[in-house]
Design a protein around this ligand. Sequence first.
Ligand code: HAM
Length: 438
Amino acid sequence: MSKTYQNIKGTFDILPEASTSDGTNVAGSASWQFVEAAIRDVMALYNVEEIRTPIFEETELIARGVGQLTDIVSKEMFAFERGDTNYVLRPEITAPVMRAYLQHHLDQRGGVQKLFYVGPCFRAERPQKGRYRQFHQFGCEVIGTDDARADVEVIAMMLAVYEKLHISRTELRINTLGDAPSRAKHKEALKTYFESYRNDLTETSRKRLDTNPLRILDTKEESERTLLVDAPRLIDFIDDESRRDFDEVKSLLADLGISYREDHFLVRGLDYYTRTAFELESPDLGAQSALAGGGRYDLLAQELGSKHPVPAVGFAAGMERLFLALQAHGVPFPEAQGIDVFMVALGDEAVRWTFNQSQQLRRDGFRVGLDLKGRSMKAQMREANRQRAPFAVIVGNDELGSGVAQLKDMVTGAQSEIAVSNLSDTIRTLKAAEASVD
Ligand code: HAM
């Protein structure tokens, strides 16, 4: 028996129409194009340029960038070896963008570099609703400034995407993670605090206690969450400059009328952050509630070999979660754009003429459908309907001889005769009439 192949669990195919994969609704490709166009529109408003980096990188770049002890690097990498190099399918795009910035000396373009991306990422997490092994991120990195306005602009452009798509139920949480020494002091204090509860901790948290106690603050375990209430708060260890910077971020957010909740327990799952960190959540997403997240990462460039500090801030958002939020808000997905005309042919001569004529119409800029299977007239008309053609041009051998064809209005069913000699003009007139009714 021959084997039939399936997409890998935790991945999905994006088909022309919406579909279901492992119980998850996957929007059709027209919806993806629509959302991507909205993202591009917003990025253009903020004067952000696109960057595209390869989907695989050297493992060392990601390990150094994201952090060796993070879940992403220690458990979730799709890594492979070839020759004597280790590669990884990118789990995120910030470290690759910083690599590209440093490699191509983008600072020499002058000013601040504002770069956005849309593309697939890979994490070997346990698949569930809103969590996939191949998912798609869009995001922006603003590189070369430590000005608090950059932090706020990043947050504003992130929110603008959701606003444009009419996703209103979101909550922005922000925190400051301070500088490196303040975080080290906090880490020590956390270690001492959780050490006294070692026996009450889950195995995962016990491991984190030894490696990175900050990550315990991420726990979803109810019993552990009660311990968080009295845990040392990073905010009490924050250096004065970071504190002033955070005040500035909050005051700029207030100026722009952006509401937020300060959450001193907000830590991110990636190690490169300093100072501002934020997450955008949706109550509509269930367990995987994070729509987007980001923050400042002033030390990453040096971690990746830069001799000079390169301050930067950015966000990234999950496309699939954005679709889940769209669905929860009842925002209708656009349908694929239909064709302008469907060419129906009867008889060998007409089939040939129609095939050539369709090519000419396309050169003239019309979207044309036609039968490529030699089907009956009835089947061709059905196909015209399926492709949502507003008009069908019906051509037979006899009609060709007399220079006329039938034009059928697929909505009203009305039929009329048209000349075959200037089809483009006829279709252009029909389209214009249709547009003026819309
Ligand atoms: P992150 O929080 O790891 O941050 O991911 C950003 C977003 O990607 C999440 O909020 C979520 O919507 C989506 N996401 C993450 N993992 C999955 C998954 N397995 N399935 C579906 N969606 C997922 C970053 O990646 C940072 N690079 C963000 C950043 C940019 N920080 C500064 N600049």
